[in-house]
Ligand binder design. Structure first.
Ligand code: ADP
Ligand code: MN
Ligand code: MN
Ligand code: MN
Length: 344
């Protein structure tokens, strides 16, 4: 029987930004292991801010499994953290707080910076490149440098080999800034895939001495002058069965009233330092306002043209979540708000 390398991935207890952690377990299987064949596992929670030293065991419960084409017989196992009883979710387990909604679909647009030697990839040492303008969807060494393209290409291939539903990539507005999109059906599916896609990207950077900067506004402070550089978002596109199949203007208006009412709860889980990014500039709305508008990239929620043309049916884009937000918390909050709105 082949021996598989099972890479168990989980989120640690750091706040406000959890880190990804992982370790390998070798196990024999007759074939590529299915989710329900993967055992629970444990780790030392006192090293990850998830337990005290005296009673340090936390449990890892597999939630999603993907082939890892970068390793012979490699398996990526996304896990959630459980208490020592194996049944109670650990307080850091944000996945466990997501309401069930099998007909919900999410599409996340993950923006991020490649960082090397303390600056975005492609920034001249101690200085700044040309102002923003040519970098978004740019081509050529002057605009994208010589490493980024190789990294994003490899990222696509490893995600596709894993069966992750990556939908595209593009170079973004700031130099060294990129985006990828992930789509999934179900309340937790897209978020599971997003964490694994983030993991793959972070691991890929190691050999290139490149880090992935998930923070939403890394170019401030020392980098602030002479220009205000774009921040990074994680736009959350969402729909439910009711939004896609029934919809209607009246339901849409009730939905937006609920989003407005719960504005603070949304912002609370849309990522740290979001006040630095949601300024009303750079295609964002200010953090203390809730607005929606057709094709309006300066609003909190953008309504695609297709939504209105189809009788207020389809998906909406919440533009507020930032690049460092936990997609479990984002999906969970969006569903909680939607579930407050009666569909009849
Ligand atoms: P833009 O950059 O113009 O905002 P993108 O093409 O980068 O748009 O992202 C659009 C996102 O919307 C994708 O992640 C896609 O999967 C998602 N999406 C499309 N249709 C739906 C739907 N019905 N429900 C939820 N998400 C959707
Ligand atoms: Mn996009
Ligand atoms: Mn973008
Ligand atoms: Mn978008």
């Amino acid at each position: 029987m082949p021996k598989f390398k099972l890479e168990y991935i989980w989120l640690d207890g750091y706040s406000p930004l959890a880190n990804m952690r992982s370790k390998t377990q070798i196990k024999e299987f007759a074939h590529f292991p299915k989710l329900d064949e993967l055992p629970m596992w444990g780790f030392d929670g006192s090293s990850t801010r998830q337990a005290e030293g005296r009673s340090s065991d936390c449990m890892l419960k597999p939630t999603a499994v993907f082939p890892d084409s970068t390793r012979k017989n490699g398996v990526l196992v996304m896990c959630e953290v459980m208490m020592p009883d194996g049944k109670t979710p650990h307080p850091s387990n944000t996945r466990a707080t997501i309401p069930d909604a099998p007909d919900a679909w999410f599409g996340f647009e993950q923006e991020y910076f490649f960082f090397k030697d303390g600056a975005p990839l492609g920034f001249p040492r101690g200085g700044f490149p040309e102002p923003q303008g040519p970098y978004y969807t740019g081509v050529g060494y002057r605009n994208v440098g010589n490493i980024a393209r190789e990294l994003v290409e490899k990222h696509i291939d490893i995600c596709l080999d894993a069966g992750i539903n990556i939908e595209g990539i593009n170079a973004e507005v700031a130099k060294g800034q990129w985006e990828f999109q992930i789509f999934g059906k179900g309340s937790r599916n897209a978020a599971d895939q997003m964490w694994v896609a983030r993991y793959i990207l972070a691991r890929l950077g190691e050999a290139y001495e490149v880090d992935i900067e998930w923070q939403c506004k890394p170019l401030r402070g020392a980098f602030n002058a002479p220009l205000d550089w774009n921040g990074s978002g994680m736009h959350a596109n969402f729909s439910t069965g009711h939004m896609r199949d029934v919809g209607g203007k009246a339901y849409f208006e009730k939905l937006m009233a609920a989003f407005s009412k719960h504005m603070d709860e949304h912002i609370a889980v849309y990522g740290p330092d979001n006040h630095l990014r949601l300024t009303g500039l750079h295609e964002t709305q200010s953090i203390d306002k809730f607005t929606f508008g057709v094709a309006d990239r300066g609003s909190s929620i953008r309504i695609p043209h297709s939504f209105v043309n189809n009788g207020y049916k389809g998906y909406l884009e919440d533009r507020r979540p930032n690049s460092a937000a936990d997609p479990y918390l984002v999906a969970g909050r969006i569903l909680k708000t939607i579930l407050t709105v009666p569909t009849t």
